[in-house]
Design a protein around this ligand. Structure first.
Ligand code: SAM
Ligand code: DTB
Ligand code: SF4
Length: 348
């Protein structure tokens, strides 16, 4: 198969499995070629994550420290004060982040939460930062409210293949995830959807995971690929501890990033959770394979993260700089396009 940057929604599972099976160097070459046709290959976007409502979540996601079903020691908090959130966003901007992502440990936001959420979105957007929220399931009306407030992205992960999903979460169905993504898309908000690798799933599940995203009516503009952070007291953290599956094989992780890049050429592919336990070399391979965004700062939502200093050192070692311009799919009006980036961004 030859490298192509044409946007396709008709990927078959067999084709995606075939990409996973390519010799590693060939897979990386194809992914890197497609990456540089559509994105600046030496730039990675810096994002900051903030948990605006932590813990006490009624859902039973087997990976999550914030579920009431987990015994992780994470304390439940109320929704943060709007001013506090805006202070954190301002600090993130000062530290060089272009994008501010806010997460709440909810099954879904209650209507009474929406005025504060809207105020937060407006406040962060007015600082000139890209905004992303992840609040659980949304009704079409809530999605419209977020769109009107100016939210750039809504994150709602499909997390794994449809088949593996139900082994990890029992309190909601895979189709409900897709329904919320439809509501987000319908409201005109950019879609951020990805998942977690290393939950004990098979290669076939990773194929099904990428296949689901790459065959949505429109590719998500943003695809976070998380490596499971195994947390003690969660079902998966405890189940995988001390087993050979406790950490995903680095090469298989890079393969997943590369396949996401090849199948969704224009999307931002975000190297999300799990970097703390990844070597610089593995992260470098992920950037080579097309990952072009990271969460910086010393905390994700509840889990520790690499931290600004270590990221600055990593970028220096690799000759990578923070993304300055707009993301490709936003630069062309949020629509999946088959134009290479060089044709969309006017030369200086
Ligand atoms: N409650 C909302 C939801 O589930 O959609 C938003 C917050 S939730 C924490 C956002 C995402 O974080 C999850 O979909 C999952 O992909 C990721 N995540 C949570 N715990 C993780 C872990 N231990 N390791 C890696 N990713 C994790
Ligand atoms: C995503 O896919 N990864 C981020 C963001 N979206 C919200 C969350 C990672 C959470 C890691 C575990 C924790 O901090 O509790
Ligand atoms: Fe709740 Fe989200 Fe954690 Fe699931 S991933 S338990 S929905 S906070």
């Amino acid at each position: 198969m030859t490298a192509s940057h044409k946007i396709r929604q008709d990927w078959t599972r067999e084709e995606i499995a075939g990409l996973f099976e390519l010799p590693f160097t060939e897979l990386l070459f194809q992914a890197a070629s497609i990456h540089r046709e559509n994105h600046p290959a030496d730039q990675v976007q810096l994002c900051t994550l903030l948990s605006i409502k932590t813990g006490g979540c009624p859902e039973d996601c087997g990976y999550c420290s914030q579920s009431v079903h987990a015994d992780s020691g994470v304390k439940a908090t109320k929704l943060m004060d709007v001013r506090q959130v805006l202070q954190s966003a301002a600090q993130a901007k000062d530290n060089g982040s272009q994008r501010f992502c806010m997460g709440a440990a909810w099954r879904n936001p209650k209507d009474r939460d929406m005025p504060a959420i809207v105020e937060i979105v407006k406040g962060v957007a007015s600082m000139g930062m890209e905004t992303c929220m992840t609040l659980g399931m949304l009704t079409p009306k809530q999605a419209d409210m977020l769109a009107e407030a100016g939210l750039d992205y809504y994150n709602h992960n499909i997390d794994s293949s449809p088949e593996y999903y139900e082994r990890v979460i029992s309190t909601r169905a895979f189709d409900e995830r897709i329904e919320t993504l439809d509501h987000v898309r319908g409201a005109g908000i950019n879609v951020c959807s990805g998942g977690i690798v290393g939950m004990g799933e098979t290669r076939e599940d990773r194929v099904g995971f990428v296949h689901t995203l790459a065959t949505l009516p429109q590719h998500p503009e943003s695809v976070p690929v998380n490596a499971l952070v195994p947390v003690k007291g969660t079902v998966l953290g405890d189940m995988l501890a001390d087993t050979p599956m406790a950490k995903i094989d680095d090469i298989e992780f890079v393969r997943t990033v590369a396949v996401a890049r090849i199948t969704m050429p224009m999307s931002m592919v975000r190297l999300s959770a799990g970097r703390e336990s990844m070597s610089d070399s593995t992260q470098a391979l992920c950037f080579m394979a097309g990952a072009n965004s990271i969460f910086t700062g010393d905390k994700l939502l509840t889990a520790p993260n690499a931290g600004d200093d270590s990221d600055a050192q990593l970028f220096q070692r690799l000759g990578i700089t923070a993304l300055k311009g707009e993301e490709p799919m936003r630069a062309c009006g949020g629509k999946a396009a088959s134009k290479p980036m060089s044709e969309m961004i006017p030369a200086e």
